[in-house]
Design a protein around this ligand. Structure first.
Ligand code: PMP
Length: 302
């Protein structure tokens, strides 16, 4: 991780090295935080943050699901984010807003703790390695099941949920795969540890519905819109393991991985297909400000 100059913390820009918390903060013990992952891209008209307000709205939605009150409105956080990226002088970067129950008590119910809000921004390249977008990644269906709606609501991007993602990722890497794909307890395809999953079959673009324990991905939503604009039929449909094995193409989407082809699932070779390539190209053009139809998705930093 590359340090940048400033971090926004509770309304102030402070030095990277000074952004510290006490070891007794509630979130450190119980995973009681909500967060976002956002990217800022270099565009011909200057740096632009992709779907900033949608990400910050999801942060507020996540907080609402876990009964947390973030002391800053979406507009205030958007302004803070733009100011931070400007101040750190970054033309492209990853942005990590986080709100968590902080100092003040270690009872499981977070009474008496304050909610702390921070935003980090730092340079971050391809999440799954430089050649992942070109050549695709290998994925394995995990023995770790995706947390379900009545365990911890999966629609919340909550910090504690990511132990689930961490265990699935580590299992996949130990077995020599680059990424995991998680199933629901019922055996339906859910999502990856930090990505949504797509299948292309007979020219139709398919992805599991929100009810399949997935995070409602903003890249997923963007790709569904782009696919329709390119003339593809899209379907949110419950999928099972063999739908991946028998797919024409499989790919993953997410802020970190963008559109990444999956060339093999559980050692079933699928290769990298033309629909994935087309959607990848369309997505990178949209985020990079090279397709004016999607200009409303961009939030200029300057
Ligand atoms: N699923 C999970 C579990 C995730 O953590 C992420 C990353 N936020 C996604 C899907 C993709 O979401 P997005 O496209 O909004 O980054």
């Amino acid at each position: 991780m590359r340090a940048t100059e400033k971090i926004w913390m509770n309304g102030e820009l402070i030095d990277w090295g000074e952004a510290k918390v006490h070891v007794s903060v509630h979130a450190l013990h119980y995973g009681s935080g909500v967060f976002e992952g956002i990217r800022c891209y270099e565009t011909p008209a200057g740096p632009a943050i992709f779907r900033l307000r949608d990400h910050l709205q999801r942060l507020h939605d996540s907080a609402r699901i876990v009964h947390m009150e973030i002391p800053y409105a979406v507009d205030e956080l958007a302004e803070a984010t733009r100011g931070l990226v400007r101040r750190n002088g970054l033309s492209s970067c990853y942005i990590r807003p986080l709100a968590f129950h902080g100092y003040g008590g270690l009872g499981v119910a977070p009474t008496g703790t304050q909610v702390d809000t921070v935003i980090l921004s730092f340079p971050w390249g391809a999440y799954l390695g430089d050649d992942s977008q070109e050549n695709g990644i290998s994925a394995a269906i995990s023995s770790v099941r995706r947390i379900g709606p009545n365990v911890i609501p999966h629609a919340a991007k909550a910090t504690g949920v990511y132990l689930n993602s961490m265990l699935a990722t580590m299992e996949a890497r130990r077995a020599g795969y680059e990424e995991a794909i998680l199933l629901t307890e019922e055996g339906a395809i859910a999502d990856g540890p930090g990505e949504n999953v797509f299948v292309v079959k007979g020219g139709v673009v398919l992805t599991p519905p929100l009810a399949a324990s997935i995070l409602p991905g903003i890249t997923r939503d963007s790709v569904l819109t782009l696919a329709q604009s390119l003339g593809y039929s899209v379907e949110e449909k419950s999928l099972i393991r063999t739908d991946l094995y028998l797919a024409d193409e499989v790919f993953m989407t997410g802020t970190a991985v963008e559109v990444t082809p999956v060339h093999a699932v559980d050692d079933v070779e699928l290769g990298v297909g033309p629909v994935t390539r087309e959607l990848q190209k369309a997505y990178l053009a949209a985020v990079g400000g090279r397709d004016e139809r999607w200009e409303s998705w961009l939030d200029r930093v300057v």
